[in-house]
Design a protein around this ligand. Structure first.
Ligand code: C2E
Ligand code: CA
Ligand code: CA
Length: 658
């Protein structure tokens, strides 16, 4: 224990005032820059607030002591107050260090990472706990440092060794900060790690100066310097970085692609997408998704380092990445290194990503940055090459790709310019030997791109939500037809309309259909809605709710695409289905022995459940006869007719049903 005589003592507080001003400005900046909306921003804001509190306490205590000393007013209560503030000051200082460390954990590996490592978490808490105990104990005994009045003199009594030990514990966290930044260096840029390493010496200088030059309060000032440092090195990048992956985000990517076109740079763009990412989101917890994202980020960074790639890496959300690189890095693009190392790295989560990559040559492959960005957006969802690796140049001229690249615009124009048309494919009733029904199939005849198959635009429209406009159009056309006198004259039973799954989960579906029913005064029994089985059971409630309401209104349903894998027999009982549509693939392979077994079984069940069948895609007489033998109710296929436009369909039925 040493006693420092405080007679004539005066703390120099000026640095503290400057510090508090800097901290206040930083705090305001955090709010104005909306940086507090992210978790890391919140934690960092807490760090700043704690620094302000600590500095305020520091100032308070110093001022009171300065007052006591200059007025020779050694009031016992005042001295007690000083000791209380002193204790609070130290506690806040330690909490501050610890929260700063939490901030670093959050931005490096994530707090979720530590939750799993209980032992490590406990070890990390120990120094904080020790500091806490020492400080609180100090208040009741004189163990660390205390302001005391003995023999009429005012002293600061301190245990130098313990003081050093306590502050060293604080420094432990600052050392750990650097350790964590190095351990998770792949999520930081080099200059960030270097910048952050400066914190330790800054704080150390502050602590040492305060201990050595005991009048000079500079620690808070050093802390405010650290806050500026963190702010510039780590927090200013908020609008550049994707929070989930710590990689540059989409808007940075868009800016970069534009720059390529502006500067006419020769670059390669590699798109990397996890095609089964939706499964990850569905099956795993948000912590596991987070871990997967971090894993991918790490792997991508490791692979880049290993192959000494000079590239820029972007996260385009949800398991989708882009890398802009120069020619020499391109060998990485078609190697399987990346995928293999993700799988090899996969220790914490057993999700096997399915990765698809596409290599684009910039600026040659696209005329403008906007076209690149449009393709990048479509490639995420609507376009797939069903290959692990595709060189864009090789598929560039493909008409389907050209169309796929312009689908949004094509659908838009189609709806505005009435380019959509409804075709009807006649369906033959075996019992009546007549064409009693038809399936409505949408067609798009684009003025610019010619005929476009629904197989290419329906999936896209389902993903982007445009499907409801298309289906509404089809429905309206069919309702008009059904409510017209010609429908009765032809003796038709009903028309089948495809109802996409994206529509079945739409809460507004029933109201939309009701409105159309009223407008065209259609009898719902003349409509049959074709649905496919959803493989997303999480939405079953909405789907069942919608379908049951439609059944109440009097609609009937067909189960489309039976046999394609998404539909199974168990679902017959749970869905209000009256017709099962046997898919073309079963018809094509109806000579195969296993398929024969499946067909026998299916037709038996369907009969048992009292449902009817439409066999789709029948192209030959043999197929027709085979399915008549199976006891099918209806036949649809090119054997009888392709889908026809309205006029041709009317003519066809009139002629054939005579
Ligand atoms: P789908 O519902 O399975 O429709 C049957 C498809 O098989 C139609 O293709 C039809 O033209 C074709 N097809 C019928 N018989 C034969 C045959 O004997 N041989 C061959 N090779 N093909 C045959 P399409 O019109 O190209 O439609 C493709 C898919 O697009 C449809 O499959 C359906 O899922 C979707 N789709 C078509 N129109 C609409 C619509 O209005 N709304 C919604 N939501 N989807 C639609
Ligand atoms: Ca269909
Ligand atoms: Ca079908």
């Amino acid at each position: 224990m040493i006693n420092i005589d405080l007679t004539g003592f005066k703390f120099i507080i000026n640095f503290d005032y400057v510090a508090i001003m800097i901290m206040a400005i930083m705090l305001i900046y955090m709010y104005i820059g909306r940086l507090v909306s992210l978790r890391r921003g919140k934690i960092f804001t807490i760090v700043i607030i704690l620094s302000i509190v600590a500095t305020t306490l520091d100032i308070f205590r110093a001022n009171i002591i300065n007052g006591i000393v200059s007025a020779h007013n050694y009031d016992a209560n005042l001295i007690l107050l000083v000791n209380i503030i002193q204790t609070l000051y130290l506690l806040v200082l330690f909490i501050l260090t610890f929260s700063f460390f939490s901030y670093i954990i959050d931005i490096s590996c994530g707090l979720a990472y530590l939750k799993k490592k209980k032992l490590m978490l406990i070890l990390l808490m120990l120094p904080a706990l020790a500091m806490f105990v020492i400080t609180v104990m100090n208040f009741f005994t004189d163990t660390l440092l205390k302001f005391v009045l003995t023999n009429g003199r005012f002293y600061l009594r301190l245990n130098f060794t313990l003081l050093l030990v306590t502050f060293s514990l604080t420094l432990v966290y600052l050392v750990l900060t650097i350790v964590f930044m190095i351990r998770f260096k792949s999520v930081f840029e080099k200059k960030q790690t270097i910048g952050m390493s400066l914190i330790l010496p800054l704080v150390a200088v502050g602590v040492i100066t305060e201990i050595m030059v005991d009048k000079l309060l500079v620690l808070s000032f050093m802390i405010s310097m650290c806050i500026i440092l963190v702010q510039t090195v780590l927090e200013s990048s908020e609008d550049l970085v994707d929070e989930k992956t710590k990689l540059y985000n989409i808007s940075e990517f868009v800016k970069r692609v534009r720059k390529v076109y502006i500067n006419k740079e020769n670059k390669y763009l590699l798109l990397i997408k996890t095609t089964n990412y939706p499964e990850l989101l569905k099956e795993y917890s948000s912590n596991e998704v987070y871990e997967f994202n971090m894993l991918v980020t790490q792997t991508l960074n490791e692979t880049r380092k290993k192959s000494k790639m000079k590239d820029e890496l972007f996260s385009l959300n949800d398991g989708y990445y882009a890398s802009i690189m120069s020619g020499e890095s391109i060998k990485f693009a078609d190697s399987d290194d990346f995928r293999d190392s993700i799988v090899a790295n996969e220790i914490r989560i057993d999700f096997i990503p399915v990765i698809e990559r596409c290599l684009i040559e910039l600026p040659n492959d696209f005329d403008s940055a906007d076209e690149v960005i449009n393709f990048v957006n479509n490639y995420r969802q609507a376009i797939t090459f069903n290959r692990v690796f595709t060189v864009y140049h090789d598929v560039k001229g493909d008409k389907n790709l050209v169309i796929a690249n312009h689908l949004e615009q094509i659908i838009d124009t189609g709806l505005k310019e009435n380019e959509f048309v409804v075709y009807y494919q006649p369906i033959y009733s075996i019992r009546n030997k007549k064409f009693k029904t038809a399936e409505a199939l949408v067609r798009l005849n684009s003025k610019k791109y010619g005929f476009i198959s629904p197989a290419s635009f329906i999936p896209y429209a389902e993903k982007t939500g445009r499907i409801s406009e298309i289906d509404s159009f089809v429905m309206e056309e069919v309702f008009k037809f059904v409510s017209s006198s010609i429908f009765q004259v032809l003796g038709l039973e009903y028309i089948e309309i495809n109802l996409s799954m994206a529509e079945c989960v739409d809460l507004g579906l029933v109201d939309r259909i009701k409105e159309l029913l009223d407008r065209y005064s259609v009898d719902p029994k003349n409509i049959n809605l074709e649905i496919t089985e959803s493989f997303d059971t999480s939405e079953m409630e909405i789907i069942n709710n919608n379908l049951n309401k439609l059944v109440e209104l009097g609609f009937k349903f067909s189960l489309d695409d039976y046999g394609t894998g998404y539909s199974n027999i168990h679902r017959f009982s749970s869905l209000p289905i009256s017709i099962v549509k046997i898919d073309k693939s079963l018809v094509d392979e109806s000579e195969d022995t296993n398929i024969k077994k499946l067909l026998d079984y299916s037709f038996n069940i369907v009969k048992d459940l009292d449902k009817q069948t439409v066999v789709e895609g029948v192209e030959t007489k043999e197929q027709l006869d085979r399915f008549i033998d199976y006891g099918a109710t209806y036949i649809q296929g090119y054997y009888f007719s392709k889908p026809l436009n309205y006029e041709s369909y009317i003519d066809f039925v009139q002629e054939k049903n005579e």
